[in-house]
Ligand binder design. Structure first.
Ligand code: PGA
Length: 255
């Protein structure tokens, strides 16, 4: 983490919490989060069904709301999908794109992400683009090849002028939900490499772009990970379901 980039922590609730549970979380989370959010961007990404409740409760606070996915078209015959204007109307400000679970279980492609990322930016949503390798890819020495492919393809249509606004989350798939965190050396090496890939497009943008770590982040390891030079925050799954655990992680991101 460096003083030049504002830290960001995002809660990815995945398919967890009903509307009622989301309300309960926010009621306990918001009063404590407000002070931390003066120094750290905090984004809560509930399922679509709880977006309205979360944005409503967060209105007037510094905490922002994100969706977990978005279609690149504004409207049309795309059953089950949700578009940027629909999210914006609710007060949503960010969107997670290309999470490995979307890629693995729902056939999310790099070609679709190459359309979604610029669409989100154009709509005024903060895109949080997820990239990362499988365990087999890491063992085969393919981590950099995979990251290069994802970063280059998914950001191909983003104008250089808007590159600094993209947030990239490096999430090694073998560390997601497994309790197996990347070591600080692994996280720094991969995230430094992601930043270098952005630098291939534009050196100044690479200094400004925020790169998060994700994969079994919890209160016990957050501070060590955030202290790494190129790590600008965290994308948190399991540990973000509990307000106190997520608050500790957010507090650890304070510069
Ligand atoms: P985890 O999930 O923190 O539960 O490992 C992270 C993520 O998938 O974003």
């Amino acid at each position: 983490m460096t003083a030049d980039r504002r830290p960001l922590v995002a809660a990815n609730w995945k398919m967890n919490k009903t509307n009622t549970e989301a309300r309960e979380f926010m009621q306990s989370f918001l009063p404590e989060a407000e002070g931390i959010a003066a120094d750290v961007d905090i984004v809560v990404c509930p399922p679509y069904t709880a977006l309205h409740t979360v944005t409503d409760l967060a209105t007037g606070s510094r905490v922002r709301t994100g969706a977990q996915n978005m279609h690149e078209e504004d409207s049309g015959a795309f059953t089950g999908e949700v578009s940027a204007p629909m999210l914006l109307e609710l007060g949503v400000e960010a969107v997670v794109l290309g999470h490995s679970e979307r890629r693995q279980y729902f056939a999310e492609t790099d070609a679709a992400l190459a359309r979604k990322v610029p669409r989100a930016l154009h709509a005024g949503l903060l895109p949080i683009l997820c990239v990362g390798e499988t365990e087999a890819e890491r063992e085969a020495g393919e981590t950099e090849r995979k990251l290069r492919h994802q970063v280059q393809s998914d950001l191909a249509a983003v104008d250089v002028a808007r590159l600094p606004e993209v947030v990239i989350a490096y999430e090694p798939i073998w560390a997601i939900g497994t309790g197996k965190t990347a070591t600080p050396e692994q996280a720094q090496a991969a995230i430094g490499f992601v930043r270098a890939l952005v630098s291939d497009r534009d050196a100044a943008a690479a200094q400004d772009v925020r790169v998060l770590y994700g994969g079994s982040v919890d209160a016990g390891n957050a501070a060590e990970l955030m202290a790494l030079e190129d790590v600008d925050g965290a994308l948190v799954g399991g540990a973000s379901l509990d307000p106190d655990r997520f608050l500790s992680i957010a507090a650890a991101a304070r510069p």
